[in-house]
Structures are given as structure tokens and as C-alpha cells.
Design a protein around this ligand. Structure first.
Ligand SMILES: *[C@@H]1O[C@H](CO)[C@@H](O)[C@H](O)[C@H]1NC(C)=O
Ligand SMILES: *[C@@H]1O[C@H](CO)[C@@H](O)[C@H](O)[C@H]1NC(C)=O
Ligand SMILES: *[C@@H]1O[C@H](CO)[C@@H](O)[C@H](O)[C@H]1NC(C)=O
Ligand SMILES: *[C@@H]1O[C@H](CO)[C@@H](O)[C@H](O)[C@H]1NC(C)=O
Ligand SMILES: *[C@@H]1O[C@H](CO)[C@@H](O)[C@H](O)[C@H]1NC(C)=O
Ligand SMILES: *[C@@H]1O[C@H](CO)[C@@H](O)[C@H](O)[C@H]1NC(C)=O
Ligand SMILES: *[C@@H]1O[C@H](CO)[C@@H](O)[C@H](O)[C@H]1NC(C)=O
Ligand SMILES: *[C@@H]1O[C@H](CO)[C@@H](O)[C@H](O)[C@H]1NC(C)=O
Length: 441
């Protein structure tokens, strides 16, 4: 299984790691504040920021919509043919496949779902093309059923589910809320002061859904103001988990845990109550340990915690999410104006993502090989490669309402990391549901 999932990219070598570090270091040296756009919660970005001055968008993309869709839509009869696929459904690798056109109605829109955050509400914000909405993830060797919100909610009666991580986890929970809103509207029952962690209840199903903001999963002292401007280095405690999520953990029957991107930031690493080193802290006379060192420690203790906590939970480890900045990075005018998916082989995973996913797969395998005698179910939600094929699924310049309404040449920061809603991230929920179905057979 592990071998299959690795097809298409090379495990990173030491040389590569070094290379990654250099790239990342340079980025952060040049950048400073700009990372607030993607990593901070309070995504407020001034259009006068120097970061956007080299933005390369010169005109509003006016690309065709449904007319660009290929017309060969496989019939469901083909997909369900019972003898043409080498693996029966329960065995097949869900994460290897292609995106296929799917003109069927959307599960929700900006009008039917009110949970969509402004910055990911591409329809409302005026994104002109809509072809990106009509694709379905099709695993090579089996059929992936569409998420069935009715069945899901019935199954989740009296249960509690959490998404634990950074802003991608929030992106993901909003997708799930929107899909479920076809059956029942959630009632928000809790939010923290900054609206980063939230909890909802579905009264007719007594189902509780949470998103828990813990960008490192570890205990971290973060000195960022409301605009994400950092006044001091992050102090990251590599041997302490963040109590924001561990304190609530006993309440969760299901959890999707994911992270990664925050580990690229400058941080001072603590272990055993002493400073052990850092990631990218020039002038500090500390040992550079590399983000991969910290990320591996984090995943090790997260997985160890879930396996030993003594709660029979169903845990997903979600792999890192790729970005699609082209012609620049997120701080140097990178854009993502493609309007259709890539095919397998048309795109390579960025080095940083390859290193992260490598660590995720290795630590997952180690944890999964420890027999969970306590009934913990640990699954990999390996969305990295299938998401990599969707450069068309990001807000790009449409992270604000009517970006180009006043000035069609407006220069704006692009978001090529988070996902439009509706959008490709909805398929992550199809995968969750299928894995749960299999896990409970
Ligand atoms: C996409 O953006 C690039 C610059 O980043 C530009 O050269 C290209 O023409 C754009 N394509 C479309 C279809 O707008
Ligand atoms: C499966 O295939 C066999 C022959 O290959 C056929 O007789 C049977 O009807 C098929 N079953 C379904 C559910 O399509
Ligand atoms: C949804 O987006 C469309 C444009 O695609 C817009 O006309 C409409 O006002 C939006 N609805 C809401 C409720 O935001
Ligand atoms: C849910 O909880 C209620 C009250 O405790 C109980 O009556 C009901 O049988 C439970 N339903 C399921 C599916 O567990
Ligand atoms: C709702 O579910 C919780 C468990 O998550 C259970 O303790 C409670 O009794 C349920 N309430 C009702 C009204 O079913
Ligand atoms: C932490 O301290 C203990 C006792 O001093 C030592 O055995 C251990 O190796 C230390 N761990 C790290 C990671 O430094
Ligand atoms: C850097 O740290 C080392 C060991 O901790 C110390 O010997 C050295 O003097 C320090 N250099 C500077 C410039 O502070
Ligand atoms: C794993 O978790 C157990 C129980 O919480 C703890 O005693 C142990 O020290 C942990 N091991 C590691 C390597 O973190």
C-alpha cells in the first residue's frame, strides 16, 4: 500500500533536504510579514502592501466556462462494471486516479451554504469561470461514491467529530458543513475569541462538529497581532502537545488531524525546557535543526498520543496540502489562473511538500504498525497528490468581493493555497466517507 502511494515522486534525499532548507530560508528572509496571508487566521491584507507590487495579473481572466469541459463523461455503468477492475472496492487505493468531468449538480453553492468564509467564496467574489466546479475524483481501480449527507448524519448520530489543525482544516470543515447543510443546518454553539476554533451541533442528529485551531499541534507561543504581523519569533515546544486540542480530545469519536505549513516559519525550538535549536533564525547563534526535524517530532507525539490515550477513536492523518503559485511565490506575485485540472505526470510536487508528505507517510506507517489494542482506528487521508492535480481550485485573486469590479487591472495578492468552496476540497469528504464505510464493514 505504501509503495503504491509513493508512485510518482522520489523520496527526498539528504541533498534535497538541504536544498529545501535553502529555498525556504531565502523565502522567509525576503518575506517577513507576507506569510500572514496564508498562515495567520486573521486574513486581512492591505492592497497597499509592498508584497503585491510585482503582482503579474494584468487583466481579469475571462475564460470560458462549461464549454471548455470535455464531453466524454464516463457513464456510471462503466464505472461500476463489476469485473473490469483489479481490486474489489475495499482494497483499492483511493488516492491514485484522475479527475473526471462531472456535470452533475453541485452539492451546494454560495447561495445555499452560509458557512463559506469570504476569502474562499469564489462564486460570490466574482470568479468568472465555473469549469473548476465540475470534476470528480475517480480512483483508478474503484468507484468513489459521492458523499451522502443523509447517510453520514444518520451514522453520526450522538457522535462527535473534530478537524484539528490550521486554516486548511477550517477550509475543510466548511466544506463538510456546506455538504451537510443539504440535510440539516448546523447551529454554532461555540467559538473562541478570535473565531478560530468553533463547534456546531446538528440538533436532529445530535451530531457535534468542531474545528480546533492548533497550527503546530504542539505547544507554541506565537506573537502575532490581529493582522498576523509577528513581533517575535515563534517559540515551539517540540516535546509538548498543544492542550487546545488534547484537553478536548476525550470528546471526539472522529478526528481529522493535519498541519505542516506553519512549520516553515522561523521558530525557536525548545525541548526539555531548554532551547534545542531553531528553524531559520540567522544571527541567533542557534543550531539550525530544520523544519523537518520539528515536523517529525510533532507527528510522532501526535500519533503516539492518539494511540495511547485510551479512547476508541477513528483518526485520520491528513497529508500536506499543495499550493499552486506560478510565475512567482506567494510573496512575489505568484498566480494560479489555470481553469482545468492537470493530468497525472503533468506536475511535480514541490520539494517542501515532498519532504512533508514523506515524513507523514513514514510516521503514519510506524504508528499504524503498532497494534492498537485499544480499538483506535488510524487512517491516512492522503490528499496531497490528488490535490496537486487541481491548480484550478484556488481563489487566486478572487479572495475578496469583486476584486476587479472597479479596476480590471487591480493588483491583488493571490491565494493559491486555500480552496474555493465549492471546489476540489469537497472531494476530501467523499474520501472520508468512503474510508469510514470501509472501516465499519
Ligand atoms: C495567467 O497568468 C500569467 C501570468 O502569471 C499570464 O501570463 C497568463 O496570460 C495568464 N493566463 C490567463 C489565461 O489569464
Ligand atoms: C458481474 O459480472 C458478471 C459476469 O462477469 C455478471 O454475470 C453479473 O451480472 C455482474 N454483476 C453486476 C452486479 O453487474
Ligand atoms: C452567489 O454568487 C453569484 C455570482 O456567482 C452572485 O450573483 C450571488 O449574489 C451570490 N449569492 C450570495 C448569497 O452571495
Ligand atoms: C442516541 O442517544 C439517545 C439518548 O441517549 C438514545 O436514546 C439513542 O438510542 C442514541 N442513538 C444512537 C443511534 O446511538
Ligand atoms: C447526544 O449525544 C451525546 C453523546 O455525544 C449523548 O451523551 C447524549 O445523551 C445525546 N443526547 C440526546 C438527546 O440524544
Ligand atoms: C531530556 O532530559 C533528560 C534528563 O535530563 C535526558 O535523559 C533526555 O535525553 C533529554 N532529552 C532531550 C531531547 O534532550
Ligand atoms: C555561539 O555559541 C557557541 C556555543 O554555544 C559559543 O561557544 C560561541 O561563543 C557563540 N558565538 C557567539 C558569536 O555568540
Ligand atoms: C507515548 O504516549 C505514552 C502515553 O501517553 C507516553 O507515556 C510515552 O512517553 C509517549 N511516547 C513518546 C515517544 O512520546
Amino acid at each position: 500500500m505504501l509503495k503504491e502511494m509513493r508512485i510518482g515522486w522520489n523520496p527526498s534525499s539528504l541533498h534535497k533536504r538541504h536544498h529545501v532548507f535553502v529555498k525556504v530560508a531565502v523565502s522567509f528572509l525576503l518575506l517577513g510579514l507576507a506569510c500572514r496571508l496564508f498562515f495567520s487566521d486573521s486574513i486581512k491584507f492591505s492592497s497597499s502592501s509592498p508584497v503585491v507590487e510585482t503582482d503579474t495579473v494584468t487583466e481579469s481572466p475571462s475564460l470560458s466556462t462549461s464549454s471548455s469541459l470535455p464531453v466524454q463523461v464516463p457513464s456510471s455503468g462503466d464505472l461500476l462494471a463489476n469485473d473490469s477492475r483489479p481490486f474489489p472496492n475495499a482494497e483499492c487505493d483511493l488516492f491514485t486516479g484522475d479527475w473526471v468531468p462531472d456535470p452533475s449538480a453541485l452539492a451546494y453553492t454560495n447561495a445555499s451554504c452560509h458557512a463559506i468564509e469570504d476569502h474562499q467564496n469564489c462564486m460570490r467574489n466574482g470568479r468568472p469561470d465555473s469549469g473548476y466546479l465540475y470534476w470528480r475524483w475517480n480512483p483508478r481501480d474503484c468507484e468513489l461514491p459521492r458523499f451522502d449527507p443523509e447517510k453520514f448524519l444518520d451514522f453520526m448520530r450522538n457522535k462527535s467529530w473534530a478537524f484539528i489543525g490550521d486554516s486548511i482544516s477550517r477550509n475543510h470543515v466548511q466544506s463538510l458543513l456546506c455538504i451537510l447543510s443539504q440535510v440539516e443546518q448546523a447551529v454554532e454553539v461555540y467559538h473562541d475569541e478570535e473565531y478560530r476554533s468553533k463547534r456546531w451541533h446538528f440538533p436532529s442528529h445530535n451530531f457535534t462538529l468542531s474545528v480546533v485551531w492548533t497550527p503546530f499541534l504542539l505547544k507554541a507561543d506565537i506573537f502575532e497581532d490581529i493582522n498576523g504581523v509577528s513581533s517575535s519569533e515563534i517559540q515551539l515546544h517540540l516535546d509538548k502537545l498543544d492542550e487546545t486540542w488534547t484537553k478536548q480530545y476525550r470528546n471526539f469519536d472522529y478526528a481529522v488531524i493535519g498541519g505542516g505549513k506553519w512549520f516553515l516559519k522561523t521558530a525557536i525550538y525548545h525541548e526539555n525546557n531548554t532551547v534545542a535549536g531553531c528553524h531559520y533564525c540567522p544571527g541567533k547563534n542557534l543550531t539550525e535543526l530544520g523544519f523537518d526535524y520539528a515536523y517529525r517530532k510533532a507527528l510522532k507525539s501526535v500519533l503516539n498520543f492518539t494511540l495511547n490515550y485510551g479512547r476508541k477513536a477513528f483518526i485520520f492523518l491528513r497529508t500536506t496540502t499543495p499550493d499552486h503559485f506560478e510565475n512567482g511565490e506567494w510573496f512575489s506575485g505568484g498566480t494560479c489562473n489555470r481553469t482545468a485540472p492537470f493530468k497525472e505526470g503533468e506536475v511535480d510536487m514541490k520539494d517542501v511538500d515532498a519532504v512533508m508528505r514523506d515524513i507523514e507517510l513514514e510516521e503514519f506507517e510506524k504508528a499504524a504498525s503498532i497494534r492498537a489494542e485499544n480499538g483506535v482506528i488510524l487512517k491516512l487521508l492522503d490528499t496531497t497528490r490528488l490535490s496537486l492535480l487541481r491548480p484550478d481550485g484556488h481563489p487566486g485573486p478572487y479572495r475578496q468581493f469583486e476584486t476587479f469590479a472597479k479596476d480590471k487591472n487591480a493588483k491583488v495578492q493571490n491565494d493559491c493555497l486555500h480552496w474555493c468552496l465549492p471546489g476540489p476540497i469537497d472531494s476530501w469528504n467523499d474520501l472520508l466517507m468512503e474510508i469510514i464505510n470501509r472501516g465499519t464493514h
